[in-house]
Structure formats: C-alpha cells, structure tokens
Design a protein around this ligand. Structure first.
Ligand code: BGC
Length: 481
C-alpha cells in the first residue's frame, strides 16, 4: 500500500479509536466517585442499609444498562444512517452525559442543591453515557474493520482495545488528582462533578474530529452510493484490489439478503459465544474488584490505587503484544494460548484462596491473568467480531453479539459479590469458588475456539464470507441426501 494511503487509513482509524477511549474512560470514571455519590445522593434519603446498597448499586450500574440498550440499537442506527453518523450520535451522547452528570441540577435546581432532588436526572445522564458506550463499542471496531486493508486489519482493530485500556488507565489518574484537590467535604460535593466533567474533553474532540472522517465505503456500496464509495476506496486501497473488492461487495448486495440467518446460524452463534466468553472468564471482576481481592488476601487497602494502576499498566503493555502478533501469528493461536494461561491463573488463584496461602504467587496469578487476557481475548474478540460477519448482516449481527457481551458483563459483575460473600460458599471454598468457575469458563473457551472459530488473518472481509457460504452449502447438501 502506498504511503499516503496508509497514512490516511491510520489517521481515520485513530479518530475512530477515540470511541474506544471514551468506552474505557466512561465505564471506569465512576470508580473514583462511588463514595461521594453515596454521600451526595443516597445518604440524604435516610434509607435502611439494604435499600441504600440496592440504590447505590443501581446508580453505579445504570450506565451498564445503557450499554445494553446502545449496543442493541447500534445495528439499526448503523444500517439506516451509516457508521459515521452512528459514531457522531455516540460522541454527542458522551458530551451531553459528561455535562449532565457533572451538573444534573442544570435547568432544574440551583447547582449544589440537595442531591436526592436530582437523582433521577443523574441516572438518566448516566444512562445516556451508557448508550454512547454501547454504540461506540460496536461502531468503532466495525468502522475500522470496514476501512482497513486486510493485511493490517487485526492490528488496526486492536488499537481500539488499546484505546479502551488507555481510557481506563488515564481516568484512574485523573480521578486520583482531582481527589487530591480538596478535603473530603469538597470531594463529596464537587470532586465527583469534575471527574464526570473531565470526559467532556475527549468527547468534544471525538465529536469534532469525526466530521473529518469519510463514511465506510462498504456501507455506501450496500446503499448503492457507488460514486462516493469509489472516491473513498481510491484513497485507502490500491486500484486493482479496489475493482475486485467493489465487485464482491456489490455482488453481496444483490444476491444475498440482509436477513440475520442468510449465512446460516453458525456464524451468529460463534459471534455470540465469543462475546459471552470474553466476559465469562472473569475480566470484569479483576478490573473492578482488584482492591477487594487483594484485601481478601490480607494486603492493605491503602495500596489499592497502586494495585489498580499496576493492573492497568499490565493490561496496556500486553495489548501492545497482541497488536504486534495478531496479523502475523493469527487470531486463533492467540485466543488458544490466552485461554490456557487464563485457566491456569484462575485455578491457581482459587487454590491460593482455598489453602489460604497468599503472597507473591497470588499476586502473580492476578497480573498473569490480566496479561493473558490483554494479549488474547481482550483485543482479539473485537477483531473477530468486527470481521467475522458478512457485509449484509454485519450491523445486525454485531449489535446482537455485543449486546450479549454487555449482558454477560452485567451478569458477572452482579453475581460475583453475591457469590464471593455467600457464607456457605465462603465456609466451604474460602473465596475460591468464583475463581474456579472462571477457570472452567476459560477451559470451555479453549474448546470452543479450537473447534468452531476459523482463522481469518490476512483474508479480506469478502473472503471470510466465503467460509460461511461454503459451510452453508455443505449443510444444505447433507440435508438433501
Ligand atoms: C472488554 C471490557 C474490559 C476491557 C478491559 C474490553 O475488551 O470488552 O469488558 O473491561 O477489555 O481490558
């Protein structure tokens, strides 16, 4: 590929990864604000302990609910209005929710008034943020995969994961520095507002930069807007490649229906299972509950900040390993090695809890798990999801698969504290139970990838479609005999 073309692809991919950055930033921003939100919104309501916990849990998880809604809507939005407009809607929602969550009183009450009177407004703005995250989680990787040349598609989509991880890591620092700015009372009234408001900067940048990226040429061709598509394609791929690609995509649009199962059910199930396994191996537990896990090991909670940053740094470094390997080694080997190491780390970690022998091995297991996830299931799930579905069904199928991912995320984050605190399980397994379940999930994910996931490295999106067409042909032949 000529230099000017690759520079152009790199530039527009980087802009799209801002969607990933905001995905990470907005999901993690709340971690620094939880106790202030409790004080500002929940405490004044004078509820009993149980009701307070449920309400705080709902406030914290309201964005996750938005993520499910946003990802489920992304199929319709990106098919009807295009990938670029979908991303613009996400950017607008990020911006609106940054301002709205920082000053939920705006337009209703005096700023700084009693928190409980604007609780509903706060939750609604957090829901908007979640819808933005849900949309971006589908559309950023989809957009990058649709403009990227096949040789570097894995690498470019993995950048989006690096952006997610960077968003998570940077917001931890920002929250920390904001919290140092005043005493407890300042933090309870004002600190958390600055934390949420800080995401307005990347959100505004994303909104502005998006106007400079072109629409996805694949979507334009499916809309029969050939002239515009050809202009964009000529900027991103070589001429000979372009002719073949346009022919294939147009052929798709005319001979294949856009019904969800027009390429068979297997590809849909593979997408859904990839998404579900990415969460069922327990990554969210390690991301959200690291301080809690370390506390159960008897490590002091003062170093919580340090541990969280360590986890973020390991996640970041090993995502770079994936970026380097995904187009050379391929998707499948990375997933298989990742599953094996994650299973090993979780089983050993569970055993450390079971035998009450903590210390270095247990810490190594937590960090080893994060590293194994970061070079495999973290980025590769997104790479595969963005490329495995055929052109005509991509928006619908991807939106379903990612919605399942957010539901699984919700399910694991909700269930873990219940299992981890259940007295029968604690007495029998000494906090090991959940980790052994995660280890078992990692083993199952190995078997699933080994048996069902095809290797897609270096194949064009249209060549990947052929895999499903051939599979379908084989099945219908078998059925006819
Ligand atoms: C996952 C998130 C996870 C993040 C952390 C993403 O690929 O979808 O659930 O928190 O990686 O690395």
């Amino acid at each position: 590929m000529k230099n000017s073309k690759s520079n152009f692809v790199i530039k527009i991919s980087v802009i799209a990864t801002l969607g990933g950055f905001l995905f990470g930033y907005d999901t993690a921003v709340i971690s620094g604000a939880i106790s202030s939100l409790d004080h500002f919104f929940v405490k004044p309501l004078m509820l009993n302990e149980n009701e307070s916990n449920v309400l705080l849990g709902f406030i914290v998880s309201s964005a996750l609910l938005g993520c499910v809604i946003g990802s489920a809507l992304s199929g319709y939005v990106s098919q009807k209005f295009g990938r670029k407009k979908g991303l613009l809607i996400a950017a607008f929602l990020f911006l609106l929710s940054a301002i709205g969550t920082a000053i939920p009183e705006f337009g209703f009450k005096v700023i700084g008034a009693e928190g409980n009177s604007v609780l509903i407004q706060f939750i609604i703005y957090r829901l908007f943020s979640g819808i933005g995250i849900g949309l971006a989680s589908v559309l950023s990787p989809m957009y990058i995969a649709e403009i990227a040349p096949s040789k570097v598609r894995g690498e470019l989509v993995s950048w989006n994961q690096l952006a997610i991880v960077s968003g998570i890591l940077i917001v931890y620092f920002i929250n920390y520095f904001i919290s140092l700015h005043g005493d407890i009372s300042w933090n309870q009234h004002w600190g958390w507002r600055w934390m949420f408001a800080s995401s307005a900067i990347p959100a505004a940048l994303f909104f502005i930069m998006l106007w400079f990226v072109p629409e996805s040429p694949r979507w334009l061709l499916l809309q029969k807007r050939d002239v515009e598509a050809n202009i964009i394609l000529s900027k991103i791929i070589d001429e000979e490649e372009m002719k073949d690609e346009v022919k294939l995509i147009k052929n798709d649009a005319t001979v294949t229906s856009n019904k969800l199962f027009s390429y068979g059910i297997v590809v849909i199930i593979i997408g859904i299972a990839l998404s579900a396994f990415q969460q069922l191996v327990g990554i969210q537990v390690v991301m959200y509950y690291t301080p809690e896990i370390f506390k159960n090991m008897g490590i002091s909670s003062e170093s919580a900040m340090f541990q969280t940053i360590l986890v973020g740094a390991v996640n970041f470094i090993f995502t770079i390993v994936a970026i380097k390997l995904v187009d050379k080694t391929g998707r499948k080997p990375l997933l298989l090695i990742g599953s094996t190491l994650m299973a090993l780390c979780m089983f050993v970690l569970g055993s450390c809890f079971y035998f009450g022998s903590f210390g270095l091995p247990a810490v190594i297991c937590v960090l080893g798990f994060v590293a194994s996830f970061a070079f495999s299931w973290g980025p590769v799930t997104w790479v595969l999801l963005s490329e495995v579905f055929p052109n005509t069904i991509r928006s619908k199928a991807l939106s379903i698969a990612v919605a399942v991912q957010w539901i699984s995320n919700y399910f694991v984050s909700f269930l873990f504290p219940l299992l981890d605190k259940n007295s029968v399980l604690v007495n029998t397994f000494h906090h090991a139970f959940s980790f052994w379940i995660f280890g078992t999930m990692a083993l199952l994910s190995f078997l699933f990838v080994y048996k069902f996931v095809p290797e897609t490295k270096k194949l064009s999106l249209e060549e990947i479609e052929l895999i499903w067409k051939k599979k379908q042909l084989k099945t219908s032949k078998k059925n006819n005999y």
